[in-house]
Structure formats: C-alpha cells, structure tokens
Design a protein around this ligand. Structure first.
Ligand SMILES: NC(=O)c1ccc[n+]([C@@H]2O[C@H](COP(=O)([O-])OP(=O)(O)OC[C@H]3O[C@@H](n4cnc5c(N)ncnc54)[C@H](OP(=O)(O)O)[C@@H]3O)[C@@H](O)[C@H]2O)c1
Length: 163
C-alpha cells in the first residue's frame, strides 16, 4: 500500500491557526484533484466533522476515531487506527491511500511507519502558533528530498520517507 500524506502548511509548519482556521490555504484545487485521483482518502474525525460529511462524491473516505461509529454514507468508513485504515483501503480494492490530516492523524501515519511519501504545499506565511503538521506526536523520521514544484500561490515539496 502506497500511503501518502498531503498537507497545506505555513512556512513554519502549521496546518491551521490555533482556532482551527485555514482561510490562508490556497491549494484547494490541487487538493481536490489529488483526492479524486487517489479515490480513497483517510482523515481524522475532527477533520471529517469540519467537512460535515463526505467531502467528495465518488471518493472513499476512511475516518479515524477511537469511538465506535456507524456511517450514514456508503463512501464513509470509520476505523480505529492507522493500521485499520490501510486494511480498509485494501479491502475496498485500493493500492494507494491519501492521508489528508489533520495533525494527529498525520502524526499517527508517520509514527507507525505506514506513510511512505509526504507532499507539503508550503504557503508563504508565518502563523507563529497553530496546529502542528504532526500534532504533538514525537517523530524522528528522516526523509529523502524528491522534488519541488512551484505553483503561483505555494510550493509543493515532495519527500519520500526513509525506510
Ligand atoms: N492544512 C491542511 O492541510 C489541513 C488538512 C486537514 C485538517 N486541517 C486542520 O487540522 C485540524 C484538525 O486536526 P487535529 O489534529 O485536531 O485532528 P484530526 O487528526 O483531524 O482528528 C483527530 C481525531 O482523530 C481520531 N484519531 C486520531 N488518531 C487516532 C488513532 N491513532 N486511532 C484512532 N483514532 C484516531 C480521534 O477521534 P475521536 O476523538 O473520535 O476518537 C481524534 O480526536 C483542523 O483545524 C483542520 O482544519 C488542516
């Protein structure tokens, strides 16, 4: 399973303001393209709740929550760990999974060693405080720099996770 974490980050590594605000994010078009290309996305329950339901029709949504939850949507699947998210993606017939946050969820996929690739859309602003890219998870993962692509409003940096 090829697991990629994709996130919009400020230049100082935050994915949201302290109050959760992401009004500075400008990669929404690319973000949607990626979600549709992968067809299967994983996210934390907080991020899912912010969407207020499945964000993209025709895309499978795997939602991490420690609580047992029933889904009212056929393209939404609740799981209780990052490992279960990968197993669910396989069960649904995918060999790729896009993790779209938030921080706790990103941290989990990185700490468990399941994430193989990191795509950071780095925006030109400093938030100073906010929600960190990997939550408060302790991680010491070395990365290989793969590529950088310039977009008008941000740069996309691609890293592979060193095995
Ligand atoms: N800039 C970006 O690219 C981007 C993308 C997405 C989100 N965001 C922002 O990120 C913020 C949310 O991030 P967050 O870190 O607070 O929350 P999150 O990762 O979206 O969700 C946290 C929740 O996920 C569940 N969870 C986390 N780890 C788990 C595990 N190992 N096993 C089972 N369940 C697990 C728990 O749900 P339960 O409480 O139900 O147990 C936890 O409360 C929002 O402000 C959002 O706007 C930014």
């Amino acid at each position: 399973m090829e697991v990629t974490i994709q996130a919009a980050v400020s230049a100082d590594g935050f994915i949201a303001k302290e109050d959760g605000g992401t009004d500075w994010v400008q990669d929404l078009e690319l973000y949607e393209q990626m979600c549709r290309k992968y067809g299967c996305i994983a996210m934390g329950r907080t991020t899912y709740d912010e969407y207020g339901g499945p964000a993209f029709e025709g895309v499978q949504h795997i939602v991490l929550s420690r609580r047992t939850q029933q889904s009212a949507h056929q393209n939404v699947h609740f799981v209780q760990s990052a490992e279960q998210a990968v197993a669910k993606a396989k069960e649904l017939g995918f060999d790729k999974l896009l993790v779209i946050g938030g921080g706790q969820t990103n941290g989990n996929f990185m700490q468990t060693g399941l994430a193989k690739r990191l795509l950071l859309n780095v925006h030109p602003l400093i938030l100073g405080r906010g929600k960190p890219l990997f939550g408060h998870t302790k991680i010491g993962t070395p990365l290989h720099f793969k590529s950088v692509k310039q977009h008008p409003a941000f740069i996309q940096i691609q890293y592979a996770v060193k095995q």
